[in-house]
Design a protein around this ligand. Structure first.
Ligand SMILES: Cc1cc2nc3c(=O)[nH]c(=O)nc-3n(C[C@H](O)[C@H](O)[C@H](O)COP(=O)(O)OP(=O)(O)OC[C@H]3O[C@@H](n4cnc5c(N)ncnc54)[C@H](O)[C@@H]3O)c2cc1C
Length: 232
């Protein structure tokens, strides 16, 4: 559905990303993992981009997306947005969804690729879905991990949710995994990886790296669902 709306709330997530919330129309139904188009105004000009929902379908009062900022036109216009500003939304779209279809899933992402997985993890926790989820989430530093506390709160409620944060440039206090997501890390954290459906999303180089990882684990390409964060 297409509708005009106003920004409700803006929540900084990291030094270079923020979440943008809008009231959720009662008729808007969507699945965890889907995406929306968001149109903004810059003067008389309209600018549009698509983003995964970072909110969960279980959240009745708002919908949310989360953008990594760049110095490009849309990003600059979005960074300047305030609560009450106009926007048009067109949603939902996409097949990159999880509603409990598999008993075990692994979610592989880096950086802003966390957004649909935030939605999937929250939805599964709120609905008490009977499925094991292992999230592998790579970033440069701890400060680059968006939704870290929110994910830890979900994992505290959901014994079926396991979080594996992995940093390439950890501080000396970091006690988690370091480096990048490798087949060895997946085997260590998820010994039954061969009974698991994998999901990955993000910029094409990330998705391609995860395709290689799944192949190196000896799995078929049908074992990996992908969403490319391409902009055009
Ligand atoms: C299904 C889906 C979900 C997505 N979810 C998210 C999300 O949750 N969060 C998020 O931040 N992003 C998400 N994206 C990506 C998003 O749509 C934007 O592309 C991205 O945020 C960059 O937008 P931008 O305006 O900042 O930069 P852009 O202006 O789009 O530039 C991004 C890069 O592309 C290059 N580029 C731009 N136009 C062209 C062109 N015509 N030819 C070649 N190169 C070009 C630029 O140089 C730059 O390096 C998603 C994309 C898809 C398809």
């Amino acid at each position: 559905m297409k509708f005009e709306t106003k920004f409700q709330k803006i929540i900084p997530r990291t030094h270079d990303s923020a979440s943008f919330r809008f009231p959720r129309p009662a008729e808007l139904d969507y699945k965890a993992g889907q995406f929306l188009y968001v149109t903004l105004k810059k003067g008389d000009k309209e600018l549009s981009k698509h983003f995964s929902f970072s909110s969960s379908p279980t959240e009745a009062d708002h919908i949310e997306f989360t953008k990594k900022f760049t110095d490009h036109e849309y990003s600059l216009a979005l960074k300047a947005a305030k609560a009450g500003d106009w926007a048009r939304i067109d949603a939902p779209y996409g097949q990159f969804t999880f509603e409990g279809e598999y008993p075990k899933i692994a979610l592989l992402c880096g950086g802003i690729g966390i957004t649909p997985f935030m939605s999937i993890c929250k939805n599964a926790t709120d609905k008490d879905l009977d499925c094991r989820i292992t999230l592998f989430y790579g970033c440069r530093t701890e400060g680059d991990l968006a939704f870290k506390e929110e994910l830890e709160d979900l994992a505290a409620k959901n014994k079926n949710l396991k979080l594996v944060f992995i940093l390439t440039q950890p501080s000396s206090n970091w006690k988690g995994a370091t480096g990048i997501i490798t087949p060895e890390l997946v085997k260590k954290e998820l010994p039954d990886f061969n009974e698991t459906m994998f999901y990955t999303c993000g910029p094409p180089p990330m998705v391609e790296a995860m395709e290689k990882l799944v192949a190196n684990l000896g799995l078929q390409k049908e074992n990996l669902k992908r969403e490319y964060f391409t902009g055009y």
